[in-house]
Design a protein around this ligand. Sequence first.
Ligand code: PLP
Length: 448
Amino acid sequence: MGDTQMVEAGAKRLTRREIPGPRSAELLEISNSYEPPCMADQVPVVWDHGEGVWVWDVDGNEFLDFTSGVLVTNLGHSHPHHVEAIQNQASRLMNCYSFPTPERVTLSKRLTDLMPDNIDQSFLLTTGAEATEAAIRIAKRFTGKHEILSFYGGFHGRTYGPMSVAGSMKTKREFGPQLPGGILAPFPYFYRDFYNSETEEECAEKCIENLDRIVESTSSGDLGAVIIEPYQGGSGFIFPPEGWLKRLENWAHDRDLIFILDEVQSSFGRTGKLFALEWDDLRPNMVCLGKGIGSGMPASALAGESQIFQCMGTGEMSSTCGGNPMASAASHAVLDVMEEDGLPENALKVGEYMMGRFEELQKKHVCLGDVRGRGLVIGLEFVEDRESKTPAADLTSRVLLKAGELGLLLGKVGMYGNVVRIAPPLVVTEEEAGIGIDIIDAALKELS
Ligand SMILES: Cc1ncc(COP(=O)(O)O)c(C=O)c1O
């Protein structure tokens, strides 16, 4: 494969490149020696800089980015308004722990105002796991109950609380006993339904109607809260059937359970609305936010009802960098761009175009077992054959590598590591999206 070979991709021709390039290879060698391997599961490209949906590696190769890091850089790389806000803030004030700043208090208000009316406060933190951890702790304190219901395949972060409510061994393997009180129930993942339902409606029905039975058989009578993602991210971009989340919320509220929605990944325009909860008109008691809230600056938040937050006494919960002025200024800039440039609307429009194109690809490539998504979060599930649906994890890794060689950066997720995640920054145009899809098509042709 010569590096002068070109691939025809939409309106743009991308040079086929060897990855890793020489400078990337040097740095990867340092990484392999000095960084633990637990963090590396990527195509071997060392990023240098980015602009919009494009990224350049340290060897000068250009790539189209369909990862947004891990659904973080929703504004695109180095958006000028974001950069300016961060630079201005850096020259004024970077951290002051929990002393209020104009940036922090106005951001808390701005976020709260965007939430459903029952939510009237926001608590600014640094990482997604910190937000889910805080939600779990606050729910336990408020209800006085220690059990939390979560779902097969759920992912809520890697610290102990979130890990203990995860619905996948991937997060907790060989870490010993988990926090007591985790109760797990099947999530409506129709493609691989736990109940082997014939229809999506039946799958949705069973996943609700069996909840009481699951609780009756596994709870010690101390269930206080439910935590769920609007769509399962880490397990493969799995969306529940329409209306199912509202049914779950009603089920929880009818039983006086705190309903926690983990929007760490799904928020800030990703699904075509600012928050995914808008699709089903949800009214969770607490909403965890992260990733896109800073579009690259470490930031997260827990929005919730003040009557619940009040169970925490003054000074009982805080975070060294939570709500720091840098992150808060960055999040204000994120909201400015979301509103002014209509990024959620663009995510919806380009996402529809992409879904249509991927459904066409699915007709051509039998290894593409399932295509699903909403807005700019699309999962391509690869299988050995459509009948058995055996997960094709190796093929998925080869697709990532081949796409990388052709100039497209992809990530993978899934319980079985067989789902390509399509999640470009929300500023992507249809033309750019088309280039990436042409590359995936070319990669699949070469691999078959
Ligand atoms: C739904 C969800 N919750 C929580 C987290 C944890 O976020 P962080 O990695 O910022 O701790 C993630 C991260 O992927 C996530 O997708």
